[in-house]
Write a protein that binds this ligand. Structure first.
Ligand code: UDP
Ligand code: MG
Length: 334
């Protein structure tokens, strides 16, 4: 018999043998109906090959409307180590990952995309590093197949800029495909900020971290769910979550333009004393537009931070769960 349950991570014990360690695989899903079976097949092969670990798979359905949820329920009925968390609507990739980690009961927790861009086989390497004592093992994208030049270029510049301005160590070219130890997960759960940049948060935690190189594949089916505007918002979240640099930049822009304006005033004064006629219209227009532009940029930067403060003070929960599902059949694995 199948039943629906609402439960927290603590209540979950799946079909695990007592004392056996568990690896949790957290998968955000938004309209991935066509690819899920193939994804599950590959993940299942990987977890089955990890003989010393039991597994659970936590799918987070982030408001899909293409039947992904029904497909996940079918999978959960065939494998009682699967749990499906259904959001009440689409909350976004980073929030879906967070909910999955919140619910994961494992001694190690892996986050992986459902589109097979992150090859599940790399999890075996992650586990090796975890067993060597690392708390966070992230995948570094050595190659990225099937991405547009624009995306590659903007991501390349973004990660280098981010590394330059933040104080702790953040790996270049790493996404959210990573493994976290239990103590890293505990720390991660205490970071409840609203505009989330998960890969930055896991780096911020510290402990022992290392990377594993991999080649990021093309999407198996479907298309990216990130629009350009979402990518820009995401990049801003990354920077504003960890640095006040843009605010400082605004101040410096102010200093520099004031200095230029002062120099120009001095030159105007000299021209006046020497009796040159000042023509002026073009210069005044250029000056006004230039200063207006700088002021708007600075206001925008301040606005970005105020918007984020606004999001924090509302103190809304990060997500709303409609349903948590797992089958209660009791077959053991293998
Ligand atoms: N995703 C999600 N919610 C969203 C957008 C994406 O849960 O609002 C999931 C998506 O199903 C996939 C992962 O997050 O498993 C990464 O998304 P996508 O492949 O679109 O991002 P990209 O790889 O292009 O950066
Ligand atoms: Mg993808």
């Amino acid at each position: 018999m199948i039943e629906k349950k609402t439960e927290s991570a603590d209540m979950f014990n799946g079909n695990q043998v007592d004392g056996e360690r568990i690896i949790s695989i957290v998968v955000p899903v938004f309209n991935e109906n066509e690819g899920i079976d193939k994804f599950y097949g590959r993940v299942r092969d990987v977890v089955d090959s990890l003989k010393t670990l039991s597994y659970e798979i936590v799918f987070v359905d982030d408001g899909s409307n293409d039947g992904s949820y029904q497909k996940l329920i079918r999978l959960a009925n065939s494998d009682s180590n699967i749990r499906v968390i259904k959001f009440s609507r689409n909350f976004g990739h980073q929030i879906a990952i967070t909910a999955g980690i919140d619910m994961a009961a494992g001694d190690a927790v892996v986050v992986i995309d459902a589109d097979l861009q992150d090859p599940p086989e790399i999890i075996i390497e992650f586990v090796k590093k975890w067993e060597e004592g690392y708390d966070v093992v992230y995948g570094i994208r050595e190659k990225r197949k099937g991405e547009s030049i624009m995306k590659l270029l903007s991501a390349g510049i973004f990660y280098r800029l981010l590394k330059l301005i933040i104080k702790f160590d953040i790996p270049l070219d790493a996404g959210d495909f990573r493994l976290m130890s239990k103590r890293a997960v505990e720390q991660f759960k205490s970071l409840r900020e609203k505009d989330r940049f998960v890969r930055g948060l896991t780096s911020w935690i510290g402990f022992k971290q290392t990377g594993v190189y991999y080649s990021r594949e093309k999407r198996f089916v479907g298309e990216t769910k990130y629009s350009y505007s979402q990518m820009i918002k995401f990049a801003f979240d990354g920077i504003t979550s960890f640095s006040n640099m843009p605010l400082k930049l605004a101040t410096w822009l102010g200093y520099c333009t004031s200095f230029l304006a002062f120099m120009y005033m001095a030159s105007v004064f000299v021209q006046k004393v020497l009796g040159y006629t000042v023509q002026g219209w073009a210069t005044i227009m250029a000056g006004i537009l230039f200063l207006g532009g700088i002021q708007l940029i600075c206001l925008g930067i301040i606005g970005e931070y105020i918007g984020r403060i606004f999001n924090e003070v509302k103190q809304r929960p990060l997500y709303v769960i409609e349903e948590i599902y797992r089958s209660d059949s009791t077959g053991t694995r293998k």
